[in-house]
Ligand binder design. Structure first.
Ligand code: CTP
Length: 406
């Protein structure tokens, strides 16, 4: 499946001869699973018809600010909505006029208005005669646009409509699509990877209303889930009781309560994980028996017999095939040595050591201070940071580790 699948693409067409190639561009983008909405300048209609474009895009094409459905019933084409709908805008072909207008914030057609209202990545595919393209005024406009964040689909060298040969041909539609795919894949290094994350505490029932638990809020695990999803991963978040909810649509949450439920959920999905991160604060012990009725205080309770819970991470370390397995550790003495010991014992690829030596780090807070240790013993100590930034650091280390894994 292409990374462009499901992407919403706004294609702005301006009036140059290369516009005749745009139905093909729409077709290729649609083949990749993208939705394509076409807007075009009035001049573009001299080179390619709205009917061709609406047919291949399967959507109405907009070429003016106002659509006259009936003489007395004009409707405004909301360029702001169009721009905000888009995950990506391509202006192809981008003529000298259009590039100049974009650089100056001129807004006299729906393509320019959509561009100026956009917040998504914008690409331009210039097309013009070779001397026009080389003209310092055009080169300056392109530079201004790139400084404004616009990405260049650079013109190609070849045969031009003027009969001359040189640099100025619009990039071929196939090449545009390949370039977009490559850019989006680079921005989503976890694309097509499944990341499973455990998060939060577990509650071990004493009776129907009481439990043994801990102060974990799940913030670190949820931050990892959001960041991994932003980087293109499909995320399965196995969460103990937490007030948090995932925001990103690529996160599937599996809510559990006890260590046993977390174990069952984790082992059920482990085979499809590429990366497994155990960020949960799993209870190490649970009551040997759960009372079926609420314990009454007048009956007295001298002790609660405990038995160990199953160590989820150690179990997965035994089972693991190609999964990249990352644990967390909280140590109070011989931190690095103990954490390295845990890598060996649980057969991990890396461990994230939480520092207890900072007031602002750890349970409940928005910040954390970690040391990342991989199985080769390489150790990376990070300063105190927001948990979202810590998540980015951890995922970057995991990517480095994956790249170095044969
Ligand atoms: N973990 C787990 N299942 C458990 C206990 C822990 O998956 N039943 C995972 C945690 O999510 C964490 C890692 O194991 O990623 C470290 O847990 P920790 O409790 O610190 O390690 P232990 O091996 O239990 O060692 P100790 O408590 O003696 O430090």
């Amino acid at each position: 499946m292409s990374i462009l699948s499901g992407k919403r693409i706004l294609l702005g067409i301006s009036g140059g001869i290369a516009a005749y190639k745009t139905p093909l561009l729409v077709r290729f983008l649609k083949k990749k699973g993208a939705q394509v909405q076409v807007v075009m300048t009035p001049a573009a209609k001299d080179f390619v018809t709205p009917l061709s474009l609406s047919t291949v895009s399967e959507r109405p094409v907009h070429s003016s600010f106002v659509e006259k459905y009936a003489e007395d019933n004009p409707r405004w084409n909301n360029h702001v909505d169009l721009a905000l709908w888009a995950d990506l805008m391509i202006i192809a072909p981008a003529t000298s006029n259009t590039l100049s207008a974009m650089a100056q914030a001129v807004c006299n057609n729906i393509v320019l208005a959509s561009y100026l209202s956009s917040t998504c990545p914008v690409y331009v595919a210039p097309a013009m005669d070779l001397d026009m393209y080389a003209h310092p005024a055009n080169q300056k406009n392109l530079q201004t646009l790139q400084e404004n964040g616009v990405r260049l689909l650079d013109a190609e060298v070849g045969f031009l409509a003027s009969g001359l040969e040189g640099k100025g041909r619009m990039m071929e539609p196939e090449t545009i699509v390949a370039q977009l795919e490559s850019d989006f894949e680079k921005a989503a290094p976890f694309y097509q990877k499944t990341v499973v994350i455990t998060a939060g505490p577990t509650y071990e029932a004493i009776d129907p209303v009481r439990f043994i638990g801990n102060h974990s809020t799940g913030k670190m695990g949820y931050a990892l889930a959001e960041k991994a999803a932003q980087l293109g991963a499909k995320v399965i978040l196995i969460s103990g009781p937490s007030a948090l909810e995932p925001q990103h649509p690529a996160i599937e949450k599996v809510a559990v309560v006890s260590a046993e439920e977390m174990y069952n959920a984790a082992t059920a999905v482990f085979a499809k994980a590429d990366i497994f991160i155990a960020a949960a604060a799993v209870a190490d012990f649970k009551p040997k028996e759960k009372a079926l009725q609420k314990l009454k205080k007048d009956q007295g309770l001298e002790h609660i017999a405990l038995v160990p819970t199953q160590d989820i991470l150690a179990h997965l370390g035994n089972e693991k095939e190609n999964q990249y397995l990352v644990g967390f550790a909280l140590e109070t003495e011989n931190e690095i040595e103990n954490a390295k010991g845990k890598i060996q014992r649980k057969n991990l690829d890396a461990i994230v050591l939480n520092s207890l030596n900072d007031d602002q780090a750890g349970f409940g807070g928005d910040k954390n201070k970690i040391t990342y240790i991989d199985k080769t013993g390489d150790t990376y100590a990070f300063p105190l940071k927001a948990k979202s930034e810590v998540a980015a650091d951890i995922l970057e280390q995991i990517l480095n580790g994956l790249e170095n894994t044969p």
